[in-house]
Design a binder for this molecule. Structure first.
Ligand code: BGC
Length: 750
């Protein structure tokens, strides 16, 4: 509870509230159809509001509807306790920025903070107080569709993003004008589901949890995040909505988090399907675990009154809780809900954030930021000198995404509008001053049943009825007339996102056939991939002269790509996830633990690897990305080769831009600990820095290295976990990505 603002009000309210009123505060409902004013009978939501049975609402679509709902809630609440309003604002609100995985590829925390700040201003102008972001699930499995929303595979990068987004959303105070409360999600290890299948459970070493999946949450909490959402999955057999040791133990106990924990959508009742007991039993488990609000399911509302009267004796579920303990848990949760409202300023003023002031920020400003963000998020994977193009060249634009709007928004853009997107065709036309020759070349996908599934949130995939051969022939003819062809390929927006796990995370088959046909023309190809995950591109790079990984870039995504294509922006994106070389090479990351027969990067009999992975297909590694210039790294140097545990050692590296164009280089430092008490990652990211280098410029970059960087957890269980650091040798690897590094050794004294 926030004692800085409203603590006394919370206590006063708690003293006056009935049990039913307290339970009502724990109920978090979707706006759905809203009130439907003038209807003969009240909507279910209206009835709940009239009875004082709603604590908050998410998914309102306008300031007016939020105000109506608040009005009704205040009328229905004896103590005049206001609602707060929440929404999924994942990568922008009306102004849709690149997907979170794309923004992560910018490695630019100031930029990420600015996009979150803009989204907060737009959301708050619409009466929202809380947004369900940032999503900070580390994700290493390209099959998992929610990689789109994630910060990628690395906890260090993810932690920096968690902090940057929290700062951007909340500013210094989530109650200040134009700001909203952040909600870190999904707690925890939602990004590590078995088989990459959404909602599936995670079984992992506690060390992995402590070192890989929890740190971004610690960073978000340290940055002041006011709320957290629980994850649908189980972690090591205990579903997160019942995970008291992780929620009350680690989150509140270890990080000191004192905000609000909300369930995910019907996540409490889903504990029954997880096998944790009857509806009443799972309600008690969730409440005891520290889930303060129940999203949509209304299970707290249905079961807590009786539980508070009689307690629960359920030996079959191994649970026996007296009534007064249940009431104490209800009080705990209710005080946290009220504390959150106090922190938002709502207990002082129920109309806080609902006055329309400050108004929404200038959309043109947001568009410019979105365009810059899109250019900085795209990752140049290959360039045989084809890019940038002279706008005067004869360029053709081919591919099923060349004129696309809706898919460019990317998944989880609930308040975005396809009409706001400038398609690549138009963006290129605007820069070149004339339209490129064009043909769609193929359909995005061919299967009817898959088209239906992809169109679940509105139609974004339509199919050209012509036979494939006819479309290919047309595209080939267009390619033959051009000096260079830009090929726009990739995924539909709902190929990624919630419940969109893919068995085969690669380019759909018709698009691969198109690429083969275009490659056969001999006209140089620039492939731009628009996708929501790390696709396996094995074979694609061999067919093109340049390859740009553009993700789903939001309303100005294609414009950012056009800026890069024509050299109006410099490529600086770096992969926040390893791109698998083949769809089956997943999960994959730069930070894998070595085996006794380590993977060498290619198949060797009797060593870790894949028999059927062709030797020429390497994944694009984490941290990788090219520029339109060359940056040379001198060997890294240390200020001391040996140091004591309290010392700071300076690691320096000198960079020179030896090419003709400016660069924004991302200098990366990885650490490996060759001798430890348990197997440690072959290497993992410990620091990075952006450096701007004009052509010909040289700069020295210095990192301060402390012994704490080499700490690691030993955790036979969560309860017995401890962090240790051994004296001895570590290796620091410095370079432009996780693979092409130079080592330097440092010995820590005891
Ligand atoms: C998702 C959450 C989201 C919530 C509310 C759930 O299905 O997992 O990320 O915030 O719905 O829309």
């Amino acid at each position: 509870m926030d004692r800085r603002r409203g603590g006394e009000t919370v206590d006063r309210l708690m003293a006056q509230m009935t049990l039913a009123e307290k339970i009502g505060q724990l109920n978090l409902l979707a706006a759905g159809e809203g009130l439907v004013t003038g209807a003969a009978t009240a909507t279910p939501l209206a009835k709940r509001l009239d009875a004082g049975q709603v604590g908050a609402i998410f998914g309102t679509k306008s300031l007016a509807s939020a105000r109506d709902l608040q009005d009704r809630a205040l009328a229905g609440s004896r103590l005049k306790i206001p609602l707060f309003f929440a929404e999924d604002v994942i990568h922008g609100h009306r102004t849709v920025f690149p997907l979170p995985i794309a923004l992560a590829a910018s490695w630019d925390m100031a930029l990420i903070e600015a996009t979150a700040g803009f989204a907060a201003a737009e959301a708050s102008a619409e009466g929202l107080h809380q947004v369900y972001a940032p999503m900070i699930d580390v994700s290493r499995d390209a099959r998992w569709g929610r990689m789109a929303e994630s910060p990628g595979e690395d906890p260090h990068l993810a932690g920096a993003i968690a902090a940057a987004m929290t700062r951007g959303l909340q500013g210094d105070d989530p109650a200040s004008p134009g700001r909203v409360a952040a909600c870190l999600k999904h707690f925890v290890a939602y990004g590590a589901p078995l088989s990459g299948r959404d909602y599936d459970n995670a079984s992992l070493a506690w060390e992995d949890l402590l070192e890989t999946y929890l740190p971004p949450f610690a960073q978000g909490v340290a940055a002041g995040a006011a709320s957290v959402m629980a994850a649908f999955n189980a972690v090591n057999k205990l579903p997160m909505h019942a995970h008291e040791p992780l929620i009350e133990g680690w989150l509140r106990g270890t990080t000191g988090f004192d905000g609000l924990v909300v369930s995910d959508y019907t996540g409490i009742r889903e504990l029954t399907a997880h096998g944790l007991g009857s509806p009443a039993t799972v309600v008690l488990r969730a409440l005891a675990a520290g889930i303060d609000m129940d999203m949509v399911g209304e299970d707290y509302l249905a079961h807590l009154p009786a539980l508070a009267e009689a307690g629960l004796d359920a030996p079959e579920a191994g649970l026996s809780v007296p009534a007064e303990r249940v009431r104490a848990l209800i009080d705990r949760a209710c005080a946290r809900v009220l504390g959150f409202k106090a922190r938002l300023g709502l207990l002082d003023d129920p109309w806080r954030g609902l006055t329309g002031s400050p108004p929404a920020p200038d959309r043109a400003e947001g568009r410019a930021l979105a365009r810059k963000a899109a250019a900085r998020s795209a990752v140049l994977l290959k360039n045989d000198g084809l890019l940038p193009h002279d706008p005067a060249a004869r360029v053709a634009l081919i591919g099923p995404l060349a004129r696309d709007r809706a898919n460019m928004l990317g998944t989880w853009s609930v308040s975005g509008r396809a009409a706001d997107v400038t398609p690549l065709f138009e963006a290129m036309t605007a820069i070149a001053g004339r339209p490129p020759a064009h043909a769609p070349g193929c359909n995005l996908i061919e299967e009817d049943w898959l088209v239906d599934r992809l169109n679940v949130h509105g139609v974004t995939v339509t199919r050209d009825p012509r036979p494939e051969a006819e479309m290919l022939a047309e595209a080939v003819a267009v390619a033959q007339t051009a000096d260079v062809v830009v090929v726009a390929l990739g995924e539909a927006k709902e190929h990624a996102g919630e419940s969109s796990s893919r068995l085969c995370p690669d380019l759909p088959a018709p698009q691969r056939r198109l690429l083969d046909a275009l490659a056969a023309t001999g006209t140089p190809l620039v492939v731009a991939v628009f996708a929501g995950r790390a696709l396996a591109l094995g074979g694609v790079d061999g067919r093109c002269g340049a390859l740009l990984y553009a993700w789903h870039g939001g309303i100005a995504g294609p414009e950012g790509v056009a800026d890069l294509i024509f050299g109006r922006a410099e490529p600086s994106g770096r992969l926040p996830v390893t791109l698998p070389a083949a769809p089956g090479q997943t999960p994959v990351s730069h930070a894998e633990d070595p085996t006794g027969r380590p993977w060498t990067g290619r198949f060797v009999k009797f060593r870790t690897g894949w028999l059927d992975l062709p030797g020429d297909r390497q994944p694009y590694p984490f941290g990788f990305g090219l520029s339109y210039t060359e940056v040379d790294y001198a060997p890294p140097r240390l200020s001391a080769a040996e140091a004591g545990p309290e010392d700071r050692v300076r690691l320096s590296v000198t960079l020179t831009n030896t090419g003709p164009r400016p660069a924004t280089e991302t200098v990366q430092v990885y650490l490996s600990d060759p001798e430890a008490r348990i197997t440690r990652p072959a290497r993992h990211l410990v620091a990075f820095r952006h450096v701007d280098l004009a052509p010909g410029a040289t700069r020295e970059v210095v990192f301060e290295i402390g012994a704490d960087l080499a700490r690691y957890p030993l955790a036979p269980s969560l309860e017995t976990a401890r962090w240790v650091r051994d004296p001895g040798r570590i290796v620091l690897h410095v370079g432009p990505n996780s693979r092409d590094t130079r080592p330097v050794e440092l010995t820590w004294r005891a």
